[in-house]
Design a protein around this ligand. Sequence first.
Ligand code: 13P
Length: 248
Amino acid sequence: MMIIAGNWKMNMDRASASALVKTLSAEIKPLTAHLDMIVFPPAVLIDTAINASPSSALAVGGQDCHFNANGAHTGDISAAMLVDAGCQWVLVGHSERRSDHGETNDIVAAKAEAALSAGLKVMICVGETLAERESGKANDVVAAQVLGSLPQDLPSDRFALAYEPVWAIGTGKVASPEDVDDMHNHLRAVLIGRNPDYAAVDILYGGSVKPDNAAGLLALANVGGALVGGASLKAEDFLAIANAAPHS
Ligand code: 13P
């Protein structure tokens, strides 16, 4: 099933989170017949988001987790804590984690493994910088991130991949449908090369997805959804993006 996910990043507060989730919950029932809808709030707003969602139609996920199950890691949260809070998903390897916190592919793979062990589904993020794209290395960089960030023996029904070119995140510069098509076809081949079972794994696109560009991106053969940042903070925009998704 195609996935429309909202990554709130370090935004919102309890009042705005509750209002947003209530509006989404009231509207998404018809959409969830053909879409998985997920929001990724900051950790302290997970409880608020879950309490504001009367049904389980809207899944909630964490934006990160530690690779250890517990212990002396001040400021971190474990995958089991996310499960305990009611999460079904976790993001790992977002480019902002990779750049702000120095997360390597090995760390991302360890986090994904910890999340799987705790019972979460993982959304593993990859994407090249502008310099890497301009030097013609985007395909190689992203393939190496995928191969390095996926844990061994990762079941196909427990993860999604998100391709988010760093230069398109928060910049308003969306990748062209041609570039997204090329990269997602490449990523499909990389996934299948790793494991033939990955033929149906959703590959989401992220980076300045907006109501006016969503339909063109979501219509592409190997685009299995959208990971939305800024536009996921407004119910109207997030719903318009979900409504732009094809029904099959
Ligand atoms: P924007 O949609 O704000 O560009 O953010 C994309 C993103 O990083 C989602 O994880």
